[in-house]
Design a protein around this ligand. Structure first.
Ligand code: LMR
Length: 394
């Protein structure tokens, strides 16, 4: 039966974890996957999460099946966080609990495939490696729109708008709401207005992926683009994730929200999303979403979360500054200001695949072949070694 099954390549990001774990080098550093580690290189358990879990333990509950669309209080809290109270009250947003941000994308992709099977999908060039694979596996043809201008180290805004302005009506455009993965370059509010105008003029379907809210400038600042889309009157999709912002990676806690024209339309869309979920994994798990809902709806825990998230954001920014200093000390010449201009967890280093592979094989430093390194995994103990290794392969 399986004689013809081919060995698949490792996942370009999660496959690095497998390689990293198998590497006996005691000095190895994992800058591959987008995960925040604290200054001691440890995955943090946020205090707000521990407090919510403590509360939950004091009043333990049996675990029945959740509704297909998840915990109602969680879905409502997600809407409040992502869209604000006024938009939530309108009733025109359908939100379902998702298995992380990836799960939200997948439910959206499957729903869109039923709705418009011939639509094309456009992702940014470059994009998160899994965007292409996920939409391809959902049955779509996936193309790209220009995004990164390597020569200018910034956004290829003319190319991006040009691609949108020539896309066929109904084309699904996957956009990174903040902390672009992998480049770290985000559109300004004015550029988002241009994108929204093009999307509107051409009748495109915007799908925002917001996996890093709070890691750029702040929760509201990073989510501002959602308000711009709301104000445009467009229908749009938003997948959100609490993997990073709550350090709950293994709980797979995220959501998909679909902004519709009316409350009545939203209830029809929700009914279809529920079919997608029921026929994929039936209904979502309880723990992670209960934790997030507890934190978001308990004022003291919510304040604590915002403070802890700000702490992660500030430490990443400090690591960007420190990386520039260490690279300069290691002899790297030229303008390194791009490292502090980029935001979110990643720096798009400009190193090529061969250089990234040398970093792994010679120095035990793991980054993605695209040149992406996770700044959120740097700390005072590994910075020197990382900077020297980068200097050596340049
Ligand atoms: C990443 O880009 O590293 C993260 O989003 C983790 C993942 O699932 O790839």
């Amino acid at each position: 039966l399986f004689a013809s099954v081919e060995l698949a390549p490792r996942d370009p990001i999660l496959g690095l974890n497998e390689q990293f774990n198998a590497d006996p080098n005691p000095a190895k550093v994992n800058l591959g996957v987008g995960v925040y580690y604290d200054e001691n290189g440890k995955l943090p358990l946020l205090k707000c999460v521990a407090a919510a879990e403590h509360q939950m333990l004091e009043a333990p509950k049996a675990r029945g099946y959740l509704p297909i669309d998840g915990i109602a209080a969680y879905d409502k809290a997600v809407q409040g966080l992502v869209f604000g109270d006024a938009a939530t009250a309108s009733g025109r947003i359908a939100t379902v609990q998702g298995l992380g941000g990836t799960g939200g994308l997948k439910v959206g992709a499957d729903f869109l495939k039923r709705l418009n099977p011939n639509a094309q999908v456009l992702i940014s060039d470059p994009s998160w490696e899994n965007h292409r694979a996920l939409f391809t596996n959902a049955g779509f043809t996936v193309g790209t729109y220009p995004y990164y201008d390597a020569a200018q180290r910034g956004i290829a805004i003319d190319g991006l708008l040009g691609a949108l302005n020539t896309a066929a009506a109904g084309t699904i455009v996957v956009l990174h709401a903040c902390c672009h993965n992998p480049t770290g370059y985000d559109l300004s509010a004015a550029q988002w207005e241009q994108v929204i105008a093009a999307v509107k003029a051409r009748g495109l379907v915007p799908f925002l992926d917001m996996a890093y809210q709070g890691f750029g400038q702040g929760i509201a600042e990073d989510g501002a683009v959602v308000q711009q889309f709301l104000a445009s009157g467009l229908d749009f999709f938003v997948s959100t994730s609490f993997s990073k912002s709550f350090s709950l990676y293994g709980e797979r806690v995220g959501a998909l929200s679909v902004v519709c024209a009316s409350k009545e339309e939203a209830s029809r869309v929700l009914s279809q999303l529920k079919i997608v979920i029921r026929t994929n994994y039936s209904n979502p798990p309880t723990h992670g979403a209960s934790v997030v809902a507890t934190v978001l709806t308990t004022p003291a825990l919510r304040a604590q979360w915002e403070q802890e998230l700000a702490g992660m954001r500030q430490r990443i920014k400090a690591m960007r500054v420190a990386l520039v200093e260490k690279l300069q000390a290691a002899g790297v010449k030229g303008d390194l200001s791009y490292i502090t201009t980029q935001q979110g967890m990643f720096s798009y280093s400009g190193l090529n695949a061969a250089q990234m592979q040398r970093l792994r094989s010679e120095f035990g430093i793991y980054g993605v072949d695209s040149g992406r390194i996770c700044v959120a995994a740097l700390n005072q103990h590994n910075l020197d070694a990382v900077a020297k290794a980068i200097a050596a392969v340049i």
